[in-house]
Design a protein around this ligand. Sequence first.
Ligand SMILES: [Cu+2]
Ligand SMILES: [Zn+2]
Length: 181
Amino acid sequence: MMRVVIISLALCATLTNAGQTRNSPMEAIAYVTGPMQADNRQVKGNVTFTQNDCGQSVHVRIQLEGVKEGKHGFHIHEKGDLSNGCASLGAHYNPDKVDHGAPHHEVRHVGDLGNIEVGPSGTIDVTYTDAVISLSGKRTIIGRGVVVHEMEDDLGLGNHTDSKKTGNAGGRIGCGVIGIK
Ligand SMILES: [Cu+2]
Ligand SMILES: [Zn+2]
């Protein structure tokens, strides 16, 4: 873990030397939509990402409506390709080729942001921070996808064969591409 931190600090220094320091926070946004669900609802909303400086935690704000009550896996997927809907966003963003996990686990995909928990209204507005994703550098999430899943992410702790790959979170009920805001 320490090695990762040192590498990302070195990357920031390189950017600074190249004269690309930022005085204002970086912001990114994904407009999320999904296919009409069996209950006639459709997931829709915005996910915004703010990083005050290179190497700092990213603030993630998730604002969605039309989500079925309960827990839903929420991840960054590797591609920004919506040509075949949410399906073409590929797998979880996992540049280190490690097992799937929870956001707070030492071993996790970069894209593993855990679950969102939605109440009976079907709307959610939640903000949290994540120290692994970034909006700059070689491992930026800009241009990649966000996906809301049909089911709960088991965070790599389940018995299903997909647990260590996807958290067995089922289909994709909403998705979008992360762009610069
Ligand atoms: Cu996912
Ligand atoms: Zn994952």
